[in-house]
Every structure is written in C-alpha cells, then in structure tokens.
Design a protein around this ligand. Sequence first.
Ligand code: ADP
Length: 668
Amino acid sequence: MNSKFKSASRLSIVFILSIVISGSILTYFSINNISNLKNLTEKRILEEQKELSARFSKAIQNKIEKLTIGFKSEINPPDLLKDSLIKTANIYNFIRLPFILNDEGSLLYPNFVEITEKTSESRFSKLFKSTFQKGEEAEFAKRNLRTAKKQYLLCLNYSMGATDSVKALNAIGRVSIKLKHYKESFNNYNTIISDYFPLTASNGFPYVYYALPQLLKISNVDNCEEILPLIEFCLKKMEVGLIPLNFSTEELLILIKEWSQENTFKNQEKLSHLNILERKLHQQLQFTKDYRIELNKLVRDGGLEEHISTANNFRVVNPFSGKNQELLLINTNLINPTGFLIDREKLIEPILKINLQSDFEFDYKIEFPSGYNSISKTQDLIYSSQLNPYFPGQLIQIKLNDENLIKDFIRKRSWIYGIAAVLLMVALLLGIALIVRDITREKHLARLRSDFISNVTHELKTPLTSIYMFAESLLLGRIKSADGKKEYLSIILKESERLKRMINNILEFSKMEDGKPEYHFEHSNLASLLNATISDMNYWFEEENFEIVSELDENISAEVDPEKIQQLISNLLNNAFKYSGETKSIFIRLFQKANQIYIEIEDKGIGIAEDQLTKIFEKFYRIDQKESISGTGLGLTVVKEIIEAHHGKILVSSKLGKGSIFSVILNQ
Ligand code: ADP
C-alpha cells in the first residue's frame, strides 16, 4: 500500500516535470518560430516587391522599345517623315505628339515661326506697289473707302503672282467690311483661306491669321455654318504644320473658341472635330513653349549624346520632369532629329491595370513618388528603387496593400503563444495541486498506518494474554473441577477464534493490496454459512447477554466463496457486537427479493453519522469514538472487497444513537 502511494506522488512529480520541460521547449520554439516566421515573411515580401518592380520596369521598357524599334527611321525627306511620325503617334496613345527638328535644332514640326518685323517689299512690282499705296492712303488717311477699294481691285489686275493677289484680296476684304459689303468680304477671305493658306505677309505673318478674325467678325446666323469648315480647314493645316504657328496662334484659338460657343451649329460633329484640333494645337503650342529653346540648344551643342539611349538610337531627354510629367524620346540617327513627347500617365496607367502580381502571396500597391533620388532603400516593408534606367530619377515604390499584415500576423501568433502559456500555467497548477493532495493523503495514511499498528498490537495482545493466562492455569493444575477445566479450554478456543479472525482480516487485506486475493467459488447454502458464523461467535454473545434474532431463509444457495462469505459475515457481526453500546440486540436476516439475495445485519447501537457512511469502507479508517473500542479499521475494507469480488454491493442505513443496518446484496 505504501509503495502504491509513493509511486503515485512520484508520478505527479514526473508529470509536472514533463509539463514544465515540454512547456519550456514549446515556449522557446514558439518564440523562435514567431521571429523566424516574421523574418521569413518579410524576406518573402521583399522578394515579391523586387520581382514586381522588375516586372513593372520590364513592361514599361517593352512599351518604349516597341515604339522605338517599330519606328521606321529611314524615311526622309521631312514631309514623309512627318506623315509617318503622325501615323505612329496615332497608334500609341501615350504619345502626346511627334516632333521634327532641322539640323540646327529649330522646330520643323510642330511648325512654329517667330515673327520678325523684317519686311521684304522688294518682291512686288512697282505698279502694284504704287496702286496699293494709293489704296492705303485713301483707306487710312482720307477715309475714302470706295476709292480705296477701287485701288485695291486695280492691284488685283496688276498682281504678278499669288503673293500679290493674296495681299490685294486681304485689303479688299478689309475695306469691304468697313463698307459693310459683307458678302464680298466673305468671298475674298474664303479665297485667301482656300487658295492661299500657306502664304505669309511681308512680316512673315500668314494671311489666314488676318482672314480668320475678320471672318469671325462678319459671322452671323446665316453664314456661321459656312465659316465653320473654313476654320476647321485652317486649324487642320496648322496641325500638320502647313500653316505655321506663332505667338498669336493662342489668341486666335481663344477667338475661335469664343465664337464657337456664341453660335449654334447644326453640324455638331464638325464642332467636336474643331475642339480636338484646338486641343492638339494647344499641345503643340505648349510643347514649343516648353522645349523649343532646350531642344535647339541640345542639337546645336551636340549634347544629345549625354542622354540615356534606348533601343534603335532613341535617347531619353527630360524624363518625367516638369509639371506635365512627360519625357522626350529623340532619334539621333536621322538627318532631322526626330522624336516623340511621351505622356507619363498614359504610359504607366495601362501597366498598372495589368495584374502583374497574380502569382504573388501578398497584395501590393505601386506608387511613383517624386522629389528625391535615392537609388534603392527598404524600410517598414516599403520597397523603392529606380523605375527603369530609361527614366533616371523616377522612383517606383511598392507597399503592402494591407499595411498591418505583419502586425496582424505577429498578433495572431502572440495570441496562440499566450493561450499556450496560460494552458501551461493551468497544467502546472493542476500538477502542484495533485502533489499537495498526494502529500496530504500520504501523511494521512501514515497516521492511519501508525494507528493501525498500535491497534493491531493491542488487538493481538488481548486474546494472546487470555490464552496464555488460561493455558498456564490449566498447566499448573490450578483448576481442579472438570467444568472449570472445560470453561477455561473453551475460553482459549474462543480467544483463538478472535485471533484467527483478526489475522485473517490482515492477511486478506495484504493480499488485496498486492492485488492477488484468491477466491474459490462453490455452490453453498447461505443460511448454513450464516449459522456457522453465528455459532462461532455465540460465546461472546452469551457472555455479553446479547439478544440474537435471526430470520434465515434456509433455501437460499449461491455460487460463493464460503470462507470469504463467512469472513464477511463475521466482520459485520463483530462490528454489530462492538458498536451496540447498551442496547444489545442483533438482527440477522437472509432473504430473497427480486432475484437478489439480501444478508442484513442490524444492531441497535451507537449508529454512524451520515457524512461517515462512505468513509468507513476506506482502509484503516475508524470513526473517533468517545469510549475507545478496539479495532483495526480493516474489517469493512475487507467486507467491501469480498462483496465486489462477488459482484454484489453493500448498503448502510444508520442513525446516530439508534443503530445501523448493513445490507449485503448478492446477485443470484
Ligand atoms: P474496526 O476494526 O474499527 O471496526 P471496520 O472497518 O470494521 O474497522 O469499521 C470501520 C469503522 O466503522 C469503525 O471504526 C466504526 O467506527 C464504524 N462502524 C462499523 N460498523 C459499525 C456499526 N455496526 N455501528 C457503528 N459504527 C460502525
């Protein structure tokens, strides 16, 4: 029994130790694991960011190279080159406009002419000149408009070519307006626009720049539909560079815009064409403003070579600089340096829409920060690097779409770790509780055991002393009478009986503890077993004047171990005898009810408190009595064990001071 408890507490220690060790290992690995996993995830993110940046860069490069490689550079002269450039620009929507320079770096297309005040009157004939002067005198000095018109009309006759005619026509148109001959002036300007649009005045100013505002002036509800195609015609010629742009083009475009908004037109389609043309011309004007001087310098000074070269002799100038976020691609291999103005947004936007990260584990957003020039740096899982060698200074920055990803990840892990730690603590506390319980139990058992030893010693001593005393008296011949001798011998016999019962109980208990009690079942009549046990104890009952009432059904037999059943009955009877107090009546019953056999031993003695009813079957357990009644605390333990071996059960009903009934119930 001792060893059983010791091994139990040893088990608890092993249990706690194993939990502490495995818990510590678990904690160590989970902490390690969290940081490892964090590092790994961050590494993975960085790899994906690098890959995404590379893919993006490649995509942009492909687009640029598709344009530059696809462009046929051998096309010359400039007019054909211009057509092919315009065609190419229409294919790629990220091209804002194409351009051509001459070998001195001046713009050929868009065609922008700086107006100088230089005049070249010499080209007109003397007669034309004098007649025109007369006309001007009449118009501006004398204010004689009719004479002026006559003189200008004469000029038409003296004209030697288109330059003369257009000058005369322009003057006739102007005077006609002053004379309110609108129809005539419309016709004149119509001719100038349709037939003489490339021609410029002696100051370099194209005649259409005079004609268009005048036409707008004489426009009314009836003729505005006729004026619209003329304007569209002019703007188209400007757009393709046949009518040069100059510093007043912008003003002219504003006039046209106002006019188109003031009038209503049936042909809305034409009007929208007009708007597109206006927009394109504004772009061209902006381009000349932004790059004319810079490009001129670059070509003249041979500075193009310093710029980054892409495929097919194109060089990148001004990558994504300025408020418009554009770049220039210039082909340096042609006689006329040629190139395209590229719109950054339109180049990048479509690539952003392609899903470049479909095979990635995480989700990223791409940004293009401007304003600093670091080459590559990584912080807080933001990856930034140069977008592409073609665009020096332009950064690409890749961030996690969900900025809290890593934080959430760690938080989740920490939760798991926390729960594991709590579980570990609980297990530890449980283990400690187990050990404490074991220790208390063991202490309790130790006390019970020592009580048991002193009890047993006492219990064994009492009958032994009696036996010794009576045997000695007999031996010394102190008892003479035959009756006396008989009485002494029967006392020796009964005391031996008591001794035997006690030793039997101890033996049985020790076998029980070793787990190997032996049972020999045989068909036995239970009343006989009961009677035999009662008669074994009769001596004591008679001695103490006990009233024994037995009601035994003689016909009940069962498959039992007769010796063990007798031991059981003997223990119960002995208890009834010991704890009867003053009321010395014992009732013994054997009966059968609902296929079950009942053996009941009832006494009218001291009884048992309700809270003790289960404890009395524990080993060594004895209820503290006022007056000490001898015992070992093993009787009922053995009883319970024997009943269990017979697959039966025992019930106790008891009341303090009134007595107890122990009912043994066996299955038939
Ligand atoms: P013991 O040797 O002390 O009698 P048992 O195991 O037979 O040991 O009984 C355990 C305890 O149960 C006894 O110490 C006693 O206090 C109580 N007990 C047993 N039988 C009776 C009974 N018939 N009446 C009152 N108390 C009883």
